[in-house]
Design a protein around this ligand. Structure first.
Ligand code: NA7
Length: 536
C-alpha cells in the first residue's frame, strides 16, 4: 500500500502536513495542486484513511449518510462515486479514500509509518522544526495538523491485565488480519457508537457475548440499506448546489434541522414525528430533525426519552434487562444508532452486566472478575473510546513562540481561533481543531482547508507569517463556551465535553452555533482583512 519511506533528515519544505485521513489528504491536495507549494505529509499508519485505516472492528461503518460523507472538490467523484449503502462500511470508506489519493497522485507526497513526536517554531528562521519519533528532522514554513477528532485511542488498564491468557483487542486498533470470534466467549467493554456496532454485529456468531455496560445509552435504529437513489439523482444533477445546501444547515448531516419546539405540537403529532424518525433511522436525525429543542430543554428532551423508553420496553422481553438498558440521564450524548440494538439482548447467548453497580475488578488468567464473580472469556474487546478532539494534538510536543508549550497554553482546556489557529503558534493550521463547528466532517474539513488555503495564499503574496491575535482567540473561546452553556450536552458526561477521560478538563470544545453561522462569521473575518489573524 505504502511507498518506500523516503529519507527525511534535513528535508526543507514549504508545508508539512501531519495526518493522511480525510482532512489531511485534502490539505495535501490543496497545498500542492492549488498553491503549488512543496508539501509533504507524515502519517503514522502504513496507508491513508486516518480513522478509517485504524477502525476495522466488526460492524464498523459510517453512521452519517454516505451522501455527505464525501469530498466535493473532485466533482466527478462526488457525482459518480457509487456508494453501495446508505451508511458505508469501513472497507468501502477506506477504498474510497484510497481511490481519491490514487487519482490525484497524493501517496507520492506521503511518508507513511512516520510519527512526528515534536514540533518547534524557530522564530528567527520562521520555520517549524519537526522531529520524527526516530530522531530525524524536517523543516517547513507552514505546519498543517489534521490529526483526527476521534483518533487518540483510550483503553483503560484493569488490574492483572497482563495475566490474561486470552486475547485483548482494542476496537480502534483492530488487527489488520482480523480476529476470529466465531464460537468464542467474548466480552465487550463499552457501549458507545463503537460498542453498539460491535455488539449488534458479533452477537449472532460468537459463542457467548458478555456486554459490560457502565452507562446505558439511548439508541435509535440506523436504517441500514442501499444508497438512496433520489439523493444520487440530486447530487448528479447539481453537485455544487447539493454541497452548498448541506453546508448551509446546522450540522451538515444531509437534512435540515427542525425549528419546531417539541411541546408546541400535540401529543399525537409529537409521537408521529418520533415514529417517522424512528422508522427512517439515524441518531442525528432523530435528535435534530424531529424538534428544535431536544438538546436544550429538559422537558423537550424527556418527550424523546419517553418515546425511546417505550421502544426499549417493547423490544426487550425481560423487564429487568429492559430496566438495565434504560439510561437515567438526558439524551444529550453523541446520538447513537444501530439496527436491532435492544433486540440483541433477547438472545440466549448474550448477557448484560451493569459494571457501574458491579465493577470490573481485575483480570484473571481465564477471564474477568466483575462484581466478585469470574466471567470465563477467550477475548475481551475494549470499545472504551477516545481522548477526543485534543488528544492527538497534545501527543505532539509542540512549542510555539517564546518557548510556549501547547500543553501549557491548553492546560485549562483547548483554545483556538475558528478551530483553525492558535495564538502564539504561527503558521500552524488545524483541520477540525478544537472549537470547530459541531457537525459531520468531510465537507466541513474541505471548507476549513479552503479557508486557510486562501489565508496562506494571502501570506505568501505579502511574504508574511500568520499568527493569531490573543484577543480574537479569547473571544472565540468565549463564544464557544457560551454556546455549550445553554445545552444539555454540557451537563451530560461524554467525550463531547471531555468527561470521558479521567483528569481531562471538562469544557466546551465546539462552536455550537451551526455550520451556516460559522461560515458567515468566518467569511466576515476574511472580508474584514482577516481580522483576528495577524499576517506580519
Ligand atoms: P465513547 O462514546 O466514548 O464510548 C466509550 C464507552 O466505553 C462508554 O460506554 C464508556 O462508559 C465505556 N468505558 C470507558 N471506560 C470504561 C471503563 N473503565 N469501564 C467500563 N466502561 C468504560 O467511544 P466510542 O468509541 O464508542 O465512540 C466515540 C466516537 O467515535 C463516536 O461517538 C463516533 O463519533 C466515533 P461511560 O459511558 O463513560 O460510562
Amino acid at each position: 500500500m505504502a511507498d518506500t519511506p523516503k529519507p527525511l533528515d534535513g528535508l526543507e519544505l514549504d508545508v508539512a502536513i501531519i495526518g493522511a485521513g480525510v482532512g489531511g489528504l485534502y490539505a495535501l491536495y490543496s497545498m500542492r495542486e492549488k498553491l503549488g507549494l512543496n508539501a509533504q505529509t507524515f502519517e503514522m499508519a502504513s496507508g491513508v484513511g486516518g480513522t478509517w485505516f485504524w477502525n476495522r472492528y466488526p460492524g464498523c461503518r459510517v453512521d452519517t449518510e454516505s451522501t455527505v460523507y464525501t469530498y466535493s472538490f473532485d466533482l466527478d467523484m462526488f457525482q459518480n462515486w457509487d456508494w453501495s449503502e446508505r451508511y458505508a462500511r469501513q472497507a468501502e470508506v477506506l477504498a474510497y479514500l484510497n481511490a481519491v489519493a490514487d487519482k490525484h497522485g497524493l501517496k507520492r507526497s506521503i511518508n507513511f509509518n512516520t510519527k512526528i513526536a515534536r514540533a518547534e517554531w524557530d522564530d528567527a528562521a520562521k520555520r517549524w522544526v519537526l522531529t520524527t519519533a526516530d530522531g530525524q528532522t524536517v523543516r517547513a514554513r507552514y505546519l498543517i495538523e489534521s490529526v483526527g477528532l476521534l483518533s487518540s485511542s483510550y483503553a483503560p488498564q484493569f488490574p492483572d491485565q497482563d495475566k490474561f491468557k486470552g486475547q485483548i483487542l482494542v476496537a480502534s486498533k483492530w488487527p489488520e488480519q482480523g480476529a476470529d470470534l466465531a464460537g468464542k466467549r467474548v466480552a465487550v467493554v463499552g457501549t458507545g457508537s463503537t460498542g453498539i456496532q460491535i455488539i449488534t454485529q458479533i452477537a449472532p456468531t460468537v459463542g457467548h457475548l458478555h456486554v459490560l455496560q457502565r452507562t446505558a445509552q439511548w439508541v435509535v435504529p440506523l436504517g441500514i440499506g442501499p444508497f438512496p437513489q433520489d439523493a444520487r439523482a440530486r447530487i448528479k444533477l447539481d453537485p455544487v448546489g447539493y454541497r452548498d445546501w448541506a453546508l448551509n444547515t446546522g450540522t451538515v448531516f444531509g437534512f435540515v434541522e427542525s425549528t419546531t419546539p417539541a411541546l408546541s405540537v400535540s401529543e399525537e403529532e409529537r409521537q408521529d414525528r418520533f415514529q417517522k424518525a424512528w422508522d427512517k433511522g439515524n441518531g442525528f436525525s432523530f435528535l435534530l430533525e424531529t424538534f428544535a429543542d431536544l438538546t436544550v430543554s429538559a422537558e423537550a428532551n424527556k418527550t424523546a426519552t419517553d418515546f425511546i423508553k417505550s421502544k426499549i420496553d417493547a423490544a426487550v422481553k425481560d423487564p429487568k434487562i429492559a430496566a438495565m438498558l434504560t439510561p437515567s440521564d438526558y439524551y444529550a450524548r453523541r446520538p447513537l444508532a444501530a439496527d436491532g440494538y435492544y433486540e440483541t439482548y433477547n438472545r440466549a447467548n448474550v448477557t448484560l452486566h451493569d459494571v457501574k453497580a458491579q465493577p470490573i475488578e481485575r483480570f484473571t488468567e481465564t477471564g474477568l472478575v466483575v462484581g466478585g464473580q469470574e466471567i470465563a472469556l477467550d477475548i475481551v474487546i475494549m470499545a472504551t473510546g477516545f481522548d477526543a478532539v485534543t488528544g492527538n494534538y497534545l501527543k505532539i510536543d509542540t512549542v510555539g513562540r517564546n518557548g510556549t508549550k501547547l500543553a501549557d497554553h491548553w492546560q485549562e482546556g483547548p483554545r483556538s481561533f475558528g478551530g483553525l489557529t492558535i495564538a502564539g503558534f504561527p503558521n500552524l493550521f488545524m483541520v477540525f481543531g478544537p472549537f470547530s463547528p459541531f457537525t459531520s466532517q468531510p465537507l466541513v474539513h474541505e471548507w476549513q482547508v479552503d479557508y486557510f488555503t486562501d489565508l496562506i495564499d494571502a501570506a505568501e503574496r505579502s511574504g508574511g507569517v500568520v499568527d493569531t491575535d490573543p484577543a480574537a482567540e479569547e473571544d472565540w473561546v468565549r463564544i464557544c463556551q457560551e454556546g455549550l452553556a445553554g445545552t444539555l450536552f454540557q451537563v451530560t458526561d461524554s467525550w463531547i465535553n471531555g468527561a470521558n477521560i479521567p483528569g481531562k478538563p471538562r469544557t466546551s470544545m465546539w462552536y455550537m452555533n451551526g455550520m451556516a453561522n460559522y461560515m458567515v462569521e468566518m467569511n466576515q473575518i476574511r472580508d474584514a482583512g482577516y481580522r483576528g489573524f495577524r499576517i506580519a
